[in-house]
Write a protein that binds this ligand. Sequence first.
Ligand code: FAD
Length: 484
Amino acid sequence: MDILSSTLGNHANFNPTTTIDSVVSSLQLLATVASFVNVSWPENSPVQENMLDKKLVNGPTSEYHCDKGPFSVKPQSNNELFVEKNRRMLKGYSELGMNILEDPFVPMPNGTGELYLNIKGDKKQSRRASTAEEYLLPIKNNDNFHILKEAQVIKILINDNKEAIGVRIATKFGRINVYADVEVILCAGVFNSAKLLLLSGIGPKKDLERLDIPVVQDLPVGENLQDHVFVPVVLSGQSNVISALDTVVSLTELSSFPAPIVSGFFSSSTGTLDLQHITVLFGTLSPLIFYIMTVNFNYNLEVSTAYYLTDPEKEKIFSLVALTKPESRGRVTLRSANPFDPPKIFNNFFAAEKDLERMIDAVKKIKSLENTPEYSDVEGRFIRPPLPECDDLEYHSEDYWACYVKSMATTIFHPASTCAMGLVVDNNLKVKGIKKLSVADDSIMPFMPRGTTGMVSIMIAEKAADIIKKEHGKTEGFEDFPCD
Ligand SMILES: Cc1cc2nc3c(=O)[nH]c(=O)nc-3n(C[C@H](O)[C@H](O)[C@H](O)COP(=O)(O)OP(=O)(O)OC[C@H]3O[C@@H](n4cnc5c(N)ncnc54)[C@H](O)[C@@H]3O)c2cc1C
């Protein structure tokens, strides 16, 4: 297991003796990179969960749940430390006018509810259910499954017939060419799949010519970059010194995310469920809020310290407010023709004016939690972070909120769509105009999913495996949905 995990950061999905089965195995490798929370996906997903809460499997929304799939999933209420705090957070949202959903993992979930977490095992034996364990472990001894460690693909080899014949890999022993018997499947992620296509002459003609890369196929690779941009809104809640203890205990409790967490979808005045909040309650003086702000999201020390130390005797309620369906489009392009240079990434958040308006609406709405009885009864309030660039603007003016949003905006790490289906690949994941070359990762999404992208990566890998099986007449495990 350790050996497998250690290879995930630089797996090479291509091997010299590729057979149909080994291509399928390689695709399953793609699935190893996505894990994290809430793998449940309602809209006819080929991802099959193993929902551990029987109430959901047998309840009114049973058609959206499965208890026979590879991924263990359970609601957070299984942890009694969090039940009361989740209830309070949900009460605040209900007083704000949001629906409270018993089960938020249904199509068009208009409201707020508990998150489901993909965690397997009981109590102290618990651990995050991962694609590495569920997909790779069962096949790790297969003869046709190989992982090349400490290796970086630097180019796709394409012959004069515009047919992909293999890849060039840089290893610590030097560069080697690896040839594919069947086809090459690129799963290097949103930035690096685009980068590899560009390095191989597949991309916008003008960009390639600028770097003297011979043009093999003129395609809009790297364009159409999308992401879930978010802005934090932090409120102080009730004084609760005991919750400092809960914070410590919950860190040792492996059967759930280490803090109470709820999430929901809501609409701005210009969209339908175009906004999401993910709300975490941090116990009094919990250092987790400081850690998350600095390490996870890279905020500066002034902002992170303000969230940590303002109203120190109180709980902090951190809402990550995100645009689920952004209109802005960014792009990824090469910095140089050197494969070891990172690509240039232009997020272009808020390039579309409407995105800024929607985010301002969303921030104001979540901030107004402070006016609900749940918060005003305990003198809960919005914590204004120090933003010197906004100081000259009148607090609460539209200009101030625009400045707040632009200063505080960052990514939830859901980039997608740089090799979008329809623009770069066809609906069978084949790169347009090139034979025997497919892409199977988040870069192929034409649009952002409403929820997290990791679960969609797994769906893409599952679907890609089915496409390959179908093309080669393999029926075993084809469209094998355990709960159908
Ligand atoms: C901090 C963070 C938190 C997240 N939280 C969640 C969450 O809670 N829920 C959720 O659903 N999603 C979450 N995501 C998103 C999720 O991780 C992605 O959607 C998913 O991993 C994308 O899968 P992918 O296969 O497209 O690309 P990746 O996971 O990026 O995989 C690409 C792989 O290709 C390898 N690679 C790249 N270039 C080369 C090369 N040249 N040669 C060889 N190998 C190469 C990389 O090392 C990597 O292993 C999170 C992401 C981040 C960064």
